[in-house]
Ligand binder design. Structure first.
Ligand code: SAM
Length: 368
């Protein structure tokens, strides 16, 4: 019996989009371009639209993105009026080839046992002349007849998710390829207050530029997110020369939580210490990656600056000449003054909102 082979689909792939934490879009765009080999088409707050030649599960391995989707449609000219509801409904109904998007999704996320399940998500931020519930209703109306018969709606752990995200004038609609492990990772078993989002820590690690043979330090490790993201890079790059990851915290509970979170990721040197008097030799570290406590976490700004002064003196002592530091802080002006006094050279910075507060991620080079 002869088998007829299916015609191959040689149409270009639809674009993809990644959602990022606000402020790290350019780092995500860099990861998409350099690591994934994608072509970035557009970047907006929290969003990177891109194309790839092939669709493989490499898209799920990105570290600076919170989620990745197949693009169904997008617009950056919403009017903030109820006319947008017609746009949402008609574009959802007419623009995408849903059948093809679903097939591409299944390639990355093969069907699990049982009846296929799906879920619809509608997110909205900004002031609009309609409610999120209205946008969701228009979205669902546009999807009428597009979902294959037999698929079952599910609120939890659905196999396929269709999203509409509205942010000010921008709307993007697509099929989600990632799941929660992209943004939350699997290592993060435990938290401490003010722990970083893994994708933000990954962006800091990327800015640091970790190479073979280097020693990486996080002197105030909290739950160990920066150490974990550094170890993941170290695991990939250590073949050409061991990368040593070291860190510690003044709080014994933070040290314990870090040890739990790093357990499956590999060998790191972890200690309880005071970052104002590090038990490390001078000029022994190649990269410092850290987010010191914010003013809000301490009782007042008066407490923060002496802490920054004392820890920066230690950073300056242990970082080798020519080394680099990536810092995420809320009291950026004070930190900047301290580091400029030490002769450190600012390389780049970007604003990132953390726990509702505006912070600055900055990269510094210590002169060689
Ligand atoms: C913003 S948190 C770091 C969060 C961490 N990056 C994470 O992702 O979990 C700041 C940390 O600095 C620690 N810390 C405060 N003062 C310290 C000191 N003098 N020496 C060492 N650690 C200190 C706190 O215990 C806290 O865990």
């Amino acid at each position: 019996m002869s088998r007829t082979s299916r015609p191959t689909d040689d149409r270009p792939l639809p674009p993809l989009y990644a959602m990022t934490h606000g402020g790290i879009e350019s780092t995500a765009a860099d990861e998409i371009t350099r690591d994934l080999g994608g072509e970035v088409k557009k970047t907006a707050r929290g969003l990177v639209v891109f194309r790839t030649d092939k669709l493989t599960d490499d898209v799920l391995k990105m570290r600076t993105t919170e989620d990745v989707f197949l693009l169904a449609w997008g617009s950056n000219s919403l009017t903030y009026t109820s006319e947008d509801l017609d746009t949402i409904k008609t574009w959802t109904a007419r623009k995408p080839d849903w059948d093809r998007l679903f097939k591409l999704h299944h390639k990355i996320r093969p069907k699990t046992k049982g009846r296929p399940t799906y879920h619809i998500v509608c997110q909205m931020q900004g002031e609009h002349g309609f409610r999120r519930a209205d946008a969701r209703a228009a979205f669902i109306a546009g999807l009428a007849g597009k979902i294959p018969h037999g698929w079952q709606y599910s609120n939890e752990n659905a196999w396929l998710e269709i999203w509409l995200t509205i942010y000010s004038k921008t709307a993007v609609c697509g099929v989600r390829l990632s799941d929660r492990t992209m943004r939350h990772r699997t290592y993060k078993l435990d938290h401490v207050a003010a722990s970083l989002r893994p994708t933000v820590a990954a962006a800091m690690v990327r800015y640091a530029g970790i190479g073979p043979g280097m020693t990486i330090l996080d002197p105030m490790c909290g739950a160990g997110t920066i150490m974990a993201e550094s170890l993941m890079v170290a695991n990939e790059r250590s073949k050409a020369g061991r990368i040593r990851v070291i860190g510690g915290d003044i709080d014994p509970n933070a040290v314990f939580v870090t040890s739990q979170n790093l357990e499956k990721l590999g060998q790191a040197d972890l200690a309880r210490w005071d970052a104002r008097a590090l038990p490390l030799e001078s000029n022994s570290v190649d990269r410092i990656i850290s987010n010191p406590p914010f003013g809000k976490q301490l009782s007042s700004l008066e407490q923060v600056m002496p802490l920054y002064e004392a820890t920066a003196a230690e950073w300056d002592r242990v970082l080798r000449p020519g080394g680099r530091a990536v810092l995420l802080a809320m009291e950026q002006e004070g930190l900047k003054r301290i580091l400029l006094e030490k002769g450190w050279i600012p390389a780049r910075s970007s604003r990132v909102r953390l726990l509702g507060q505006l912070c600055v991620m900055s990269v510094w080079n210590k002169p060689g």
